[in-house]
Design a protein around this ligand. Structure first.
Ligand code: GTQ
Ligand code: FE2
Length: 364
């Protein structure tokens, strides 16, 4: 071989880089790191209500007007640059008496789960007035106008969750303000959904499920959950129900699945892992969620995150009271792309995860 031909790989790699190219061999390490599945993105983490509430109350002083910014404290995963999980963010928001969080819209889809609510706390979504009583769930689908109104004489608090990591990864973010504090409300409350969930629907709307403001009142959900206490449930999650999209009967929203879960007194679930990530809020009760060997000990109103592909199991530490958890998952996105798997066995009626020969499974 001539001297010019054997310039060496390192030199060649550098020349490729200068020509805006990279040899596939440079990705070998990345691929080898995926044997046995992905490393969980971020770490398991718990945010205690005691600490979150104290910071929210402080924020009420530091940010006296709610419209200067949403008075929301987002939960930052200590193992990530942004977000609660790599695809989503969860946080708590507080409004003082009489405040309005001004109307805006964005292509991030959002949900609200009410912590301290009232019939006089309202989110208006694309003209629909959605009251927010304790433990209600309210949907703000992507690109719907929304403003929040505290018509009570006390502070109110709710949980926000958005698919922000996903939308930013796809570089699909749009945002605008209305320019008014509040949007006009429909005269006939509930007409958006009523006109789209019956026998006839508008032909000019192509993806109706994206745009349905909806409220799931706790007074309807709780009796169904408690009424299933004697059922088998899932060996991995106990009694767990999905909030379904009222138009499609499918996932809550195209990118977000919301669950309400009951662990019966003393219940211990089997460990499993999913390619999805989950963010949890304790409605009531006391228990432990063990995530890749880390014990997250939770009680009323605490929040925690289970990163994707992290093994997790639940224990209700009380032998007399049920524990109830609300949670938000990125399952619909992974499912739509054929990337949703669970192990040791599928519990959501989906295809099994790709088998990995035992001898190449990375030790964890
Ligand atoms: O209340 O509209 O936590 O737009 C993040 C972005 C809440 C909201 C968040 C938002 C909102
Ligand atoms: Fe918003």
């Amino acid at each position: 071989m001539s001297g010019e031909a054997s310039k060496g790989l390192a030199r060649f790699d550098q020349e490729l880089a200068e020509a805006a190219m990279k040899g596939q061999w440079e990705f070998d390490r990345l691929l080898e790191g995926l044997v046995g599945g992905p490393r969980p993105a971020g770490v398991p983490h718990l945010w205690r209500w005691k600490d979150v509430n104290a910071k929210l109350l402080e924020a009420c002083d530091v940010l006296p007007e709610s419209f200067t910014a949403r008075r929301n404290l987002a939960f930052m995963n200590p193992g990530l640059d942004r977000g609660t999980s790599h695809t989503m963010v969860m946080g708590m928001q507080m409004l003082k008496p009489g405040e309005i969080a001004w109307s805006h819209r964005h292509t991030m889809a959002a949900i609200r789960f009410v912590v301290d609510g009232s019939p006089d706390l309202v989110t208006v979504v694309d003209g629909e007035r959605l009251p927010m009583e304790d433990n209600d769930l309210v949907l703000t689908p992507r690109w719907t106008w929304h403003d929040h109104h505290n018509g009570t004489d006390g502070n109110v608090t709710w949980l926000d969750a958005l698919d922000i990591g996903l939308v930013l990864a796809l570089n699909g973010g749009f945002y605008e303000t209305l320019g008014e504090r509040r949007q006009p409300e429909h005269e006939r409350s509930g007409s958006t959904l009523a006109n789209r969930s019956g026998d006839v629907r508008p032909t000019w709307e192509r993806r109706k499920e994206l745009h349905v403001p909806h409220r799931y009142p706790w007074r309807d959900v709780e009796p169904i959950l408690l009424g299933m206490a004697a059922e088998d449930g899932s060996p991995f999650d106990g009694i767990v129900l999905e909030y379904v999209n009222p138009i499609t009967g499918g996932h809550t929203m195209p990118t977000i699945s919301c669950w309400i879960q009951m662990l019966r007194p003393g219940e211990r679930t089997r460990p499993h892992r999913q390619t999805s990530s989950g963010m949890y809020h304790v409605v009531r009760g006391a228990g432990t969620t063990t995530v890749d060997g880390v014990d997250l000990e939770w009680t009323d109103r605490d929040c925690f995150v289970i990163p994707n592909w992290a093994e997790h199991s639940f224990v209700n530490r009380s032998t007399t009271e049920e524990a109830i958890l609300f949670s938000v998952h990125d399952i619909p996105t992974l499912e739509a792309l054929g990337l949703y798997y669970e192990t040791p066995e599928p519990s959501l009626g989906v295809a099994p995860w790709p088998a990995v020969p035992a001898d190449v499974t990375r030790p964890r």
